[in-house]
Design a binder for this molecule. Structure first.
Ligand SMILES: C[S@@+](CC[C@H](N)C(=O)[O-])C[C@H]1O[C@@H](n2cnc3c(N)ncnc32)[C@H](O)[C@@H]1O
Length: 243
């Protein structure tokens, strides 16, 4: 316990300038400006490492197309549009993200994925999807988002609201490691600093519990160890939940 506190404080000391900038309110706007650039570089590498898993996961999307045969998909926290390549041809995609600085990277990805019908980018947090009517989409997608949001419960409530009955929420998230593991120990040490570096991203969310506690009619959830270089983000969950 004392060792953990010392290690955490030592790490915080190493990145003290960030804490100082955050204290004076400069870090958040800076991070919101540069984070999209870094994500646009990191996301293709992430896709490479988890290509098979993403391809397999999203291969089930056409099953949720509406009666017209078309699939309407809402992506929350879409970032730079890293998932577009995995969506089926003709899919109607609307994206939301609270950070408007992602738009230029997202539009680049739109241009590279002409097989989709892009319907727009809305600046909104997943906790408040007011522009999206009740029961209006077949599928909601969120990847590497629930680690960063203010309230996972509020997001999942909004996801349920906007999904049509029988629609599905597709997710892939890095999560907390097993509490008895060394990985979890290091996740706890690094978490406060990681939040600053990763624009609010937490390493120690047990997101599967929130999904289990939400009133979906069916939950297909798998725990995997992702082949990431950084051990802190290896534990992942992926799957889909049906409204
Ligand atoms: C690590 S990035 C992941 C981006 C993208 N989903 C991907 O897989 O590459 C986290 C994303 O969540 C977004 N985000 C942060 N807080 C959010 C919130 N409350 N609601 C929705 N998205 C949020 C960030 O702006 C960012 O685009």
């Amino acid at each position: 316990m004392v060792l953990a506190l010392l290690l955490r404080a030592g790490l915080q000391l190493l990145v003290l300038p960030i804490y100082v900038l955050a204290y004076f309110g400069f870090w958040d706007p800076l991070c919101k400006t540069v984070f999209p650039y870094f994500m646009s570089k990191i996301a293709p590498r992430f896709n490479q490492k988890l290509y098979r898993e993403k391809q397999q996961l999203f291969s089930g999307l056409p099953d949720f197309a509406g009666s017209s045969g078309q699939l309407s998909l809402l992506e929350i926290g879409a970032g730079s549009g890293a998932n577009f390549q995995f969506y089926p041809p003709g899919c109607r995609v609307t994206c939301t993200d609270p950070n408007p600085n992602f738009k230029r990277y997202l539009l680049k990805s739109v241009a590279e994925n002409q097989h989709l019908r892009f319907e727009g980018f809305v600046v909104a947090s997943g906790e408040d999807l007011r522009p999206v009517p009740d029961g209006s989409v077949d599928v909601v997608v969120g990847t590497l988002v629930l680690c960063s949001v203010a309230s996972v419960t509020a997001i999942l409530r909004e996801v349920l609201r906007v999904l049509r009955p029988g629609g599905a929420f597709y997710f892939m998230e890095h999560v907390a490691a097993d509490r008895s593991s060394w990985s979890y120990f290091w996740q706890q040490i690094c978490d406060p600093t990681w939040k600053y570096l990763g624009d609010g991203c937490s390493l120690i969310r047990e997101t599967w519990k929130d999904l289990e506690n939400t009133e979906f009619s069916e939950l297909n959830l798998q725990h995997i160890t992702a082949p990431m270089n950084c051990g802190l983000v290896r534990p992942h969950i992926l799957g889909y939940a049906v409204k």
